[in-house]
Design a protein around this ligand. Structure first.
Ligand SMILES: NC(=O)c1ccc[n+]([C@@H]2O[C@H](COP(=O)([O-])OP(=O)(O)OC[C@H]3O[C@@H](n4cnc5c(N)ncnc54)[C@H](OP(=O)(O)O)[C@@H]3O)[C@@H](O)[C@H]2O)c1
Length: 333
């Protein structure tokens, strides 16, 4: 597996593993045995970058993902980079399947979160600690100050920000250097490409979350696909509605054309497009299935030239597509 450096010195595999779906949002949680097999296989294949968050769970077990990962990753702790997140909780009173997010980055809450994550992850330090969402009541400078203290105390070694714009990145980085942003980024959601210049100027990595558009870009789903009514958020996502498949036909053909040409799968092309675009982009696709893990990690070996990337970009610029999920609603504390 190829590696990349994000920020000034954080070495990670070119493809990471997003672990959220093992505990949250995709209909069924992985059993500890399934997750162990998947994560150990990922490590065997050279994946060293594991992404979780304190809120990846369901109401009956809100920290399911960190707890499960802590147990599984303990024997491998010094071989891997462990990333987790603080600063939000779900509004469980909401009737919707996809619960709104309540931000809370009060310093005392961050302190509570970091201690909880360290305990659940069975470690004495977090390698990359992200603020999950901005808190409109707490200036990012104050959050960055807490991060600087946590770094001094050795509880975290690097920090980052999720779903942020240039202003927040600059203000945060001025107080405590930021290693990576983690924003939504895939072929149907390219809004954050505008951040490339600032990321390059400040030497900040871009961890691309939901890089397969929640699985759609793999081509494995069609108008007949059904999703678990009770827990699979794709049920309500615009890109998985019956009429979206027709609207995205041109996109699927473009991806398939490159897949045929490169002897790759559509998911691998969608991921390679991110990896080959910039040396500081690291996608973190999520899966609960071994075969898909192998497929997704294999994207690190698919080469798209600068010219091919630019041809794909041009085609995407002019393409009609369905709407795509843009994240849960943020509500006030
Ligand atoms: N910072 C944030 O706010 C934020 C938000 C969302 C996600 N994330 C992080 O980003 C990670 C990835 O995002 P995501 O899980 O939302 O979206 P994603 O990686 O784009 O897609 C995951 C979905 O696609 C399916 N899938 C994965 N590989 C596939 C393949 N090769 N073929 C067919 N289907 C495939 C998975 O199903 P199976 O499990 O059934 O394979 C899962 O339902 C998460 O795990 C999480 O760590 C962060």
């Amino acid at each position: 597996m190829k590696t990349r450096i994000i920020g000034k010195d954080l070495k990670v595999s070119a493809v990471g593993l997003g672990c959220m779906g093992m505990s949250h949002a995709y209909g069924s949680q992985s059993t500890p045995d399934e997750a162990k097999r998947l994560i150990e296989t990922a490590i065997e294949k050279g994946c060293t970058f594991f992404d979780t968050a304190e809120v990846y769970g369901e109401p009956d077990c809100p920290h399911h993902n960190e707890e499960m990962l802590g147990e599984i990753l303990r024997p491998y702790r010094d071989q891997i980079v462990l990333a987790t997140k603080f600063g939000v909780r779900f509004d469980l009173s909401a009737p919707t399947l996809n619960k709104p997010i309540i931000p809370d980055s009060r310093p005392e809450n961050i302190r509570k979160s970091v201690e909880g994550s360290l305990k659940r992850l069975q470690t004495d330090h977090i390698d990359l600690y992200y603020q999950h969402r901005q808190d409109p009541d707490i200036p990012v400078e104050e959050v960055a100050g807490v991060m600087a203290d946590l770094i001094k105390e050795g509880k975290i070694t690097h920090w980052g920000l999720s779903e942020v714009d240039e202003d927040i990145i600059r203000r945060a980085n001025a107080v405590c250097p930021v290693t990576a942003i983690q924003n939504r980024y895939h072929m149907m959601y390219r809004n954050y490409e505008a951040l490339f210049p600032v990321l390059e100027e400040l030497h900040i990595g871009f961890v691309a979350f939901s890089p397969l558009a929640n699985g759609l870009l793999s081509g494995a789903y069609n108008a007949g696909s059904t999703f678990n009514e009770n827990g699979d958020h794709r049920k309500t996502m615009p890109q998985f509605q019956v009429d979206s498949y027709e609207k995205n036909r041109e996109l699927f053909s473009l991806i398939q054309r490159y897949a045929d040409d490169k002897n790759a799968t559509p998911a691998q092309i969608a991921l390679a497009w991110l990896i080959c675009k910039k040396p500081y982009i690291v996608p973190i696709p999520g899966t609960r299935k071994l075969s898909r893990l192998t497929e997704n990690l294999g994207s690190a070996d698919i080469m798209l030239t600068a010219q091919e990337i630019s041809e794909i970009d041009k085609a995407l610029d002019d393409m009609e597509m369905s709407d795509v999920f843009g994240g849960a609603k943020l509500v006030k504390r």
